[in-house]
Design a protein around this ligand. Structure first.
Ligand SMILES: *[C@@H]1O[C@H](CO)[C@@H](O)[C@H](O)[C@H]1NC(C)=O
Ligand SMILES: *[C@@H]1O[C@H](CO)[C@@H](O)[C@H](O)[C@H]1NC(C)=O
Ligand SMILES: *[C@@H]1O[C@H](CO)[C@@H](O)[C@H](O)[C@H]1NC(C)=O
Ligand SMILES: *[C@@H]1O[C@H](CO)[C@@H](O)[C@H](O)[C@H]1NC(C)=O
Ligand SMILES: *[C@@H]1O[C@H](CO)[C@@H](O)[C@H](O)[C@H]1NC(C)=O
Length: 212
């Protein structure tokens, strides 16, 4: 039994050792299909290496409630994707502008406010700065690197969108935002305010690759 466990753990670490070695650098691996970060992702989806494995993402254009967007992702055997880090923010911003043909907008992402932070707000537990109040829903995004809130957000609404743009910064009177900043929203409200810079005009889906 002990021998079996040791063997299994050696195989296990060898497996992960190899996969980490193969896929540690996208540039050295670009021509090697064995470590193509998008392998097993459907055409047009981009793979990203995350702590617990790879994750495929695609950004879509379209306006609707959060549950409408989630349904669209589910039709693709996917879910609304969280945003792991600045690489993913940049990808979503660029792909959003490409597919929508507009400079900026909001995209629904896979994050929700925790039920513990509904209604009677526990300020200690749920202040935005702790980031406890919101969590990733896709089962893959981890940590808080992707929780880069717009400075005036969140205001404790239940759903979350990312400001997406292929510009570094978008100015609108009297404010500005950067690609990747998050805002909380009422889940059934596809428009943030009546402002084309702000409107939710897309969503980002994510799924596991079919080949690990
Ligand atoms: C990586 O995999 C994706 C998805 O299968 C494919 O579309 C793409 O052409 C591959 N890229 C390379 C460099 O092999
Ligand atoms: C979703 O999964 C089902 C069941 O495996 C499959 O029949 C269907 O083709 C998949 N759809 C897409 C868009 O991948
Ligand atoms: C967006 O379009 C540009 C120009 O065609 C292209 O170079 C870039 O790869 C696209 N980016 C994404 C994420 O689709
Ligand atoms: C940004 O996206 C807009 C809308 O698709 C496009 O017109 C513009 O050329 C893009 N800019 C860059 C630098 O790719
Ligand atoms: C807020 O949450 C903390 C941590 O769970 C708990 O110790 C505290 O009693 C809560 N305060 C209120 C007012 O519910």
């Amino acid at each position: 039994m002990q021998f079996l466990l040791i063997t299994v753990s050696i195989l296990f670490s060898a497996f992960f050792g190899i996969s980490i070695q193969l896929c540690s650098s996208d540039s050295t691996c670009a021509s090697n299909s064995q470590c193509n970060v998008s392998r097993g992702c459907p055409d047009g989806w981009q793979g990203f290496q995350r702590l617990y494995g790879r994750w495929c993402m695609k950004t879509f254009s379209g306006s609707g409630t959060r549950s409408w967007a989630l349904g669209k992702c589910r039709n693709l055997n996917a879910t609304l994707s969280g945003i792991q880090n600045v690489n993913e923010q940049n990808f979503v911003g660029n792909q959003f502008s490409n597919v929508s043909g507009i400079i900026s907008g909001g995209v629904w992402v896979g994050a929700r406010r925790r039920p513990q932070c509904f209604n009677a707000l526990n300020v200690t537990l749920c202040t935005p700065q702790t980031t406890y109040a919101y969590y990733w829903t896709d089962g893959s995004t981890h940590g808080i690197d992707g929780f880069t809130w717009h400075p005036y957000q969140p205001l404790y609404e239940d759903c979350v969108a990312m400001y997406a743009t292929n510009r570094t910064q978008v100015n609108y009177s009297p404010d500005e935002f950067y690609n990747g900043q998050l805002t909380d929203l009422i889940c059934n409200q596809p428009l943030m305010i009546d402002n084309t810079f702000f409107d939710v005009n897309g969503y980002v889906c994510g799924k596991l690759p079919s080949i690990y």
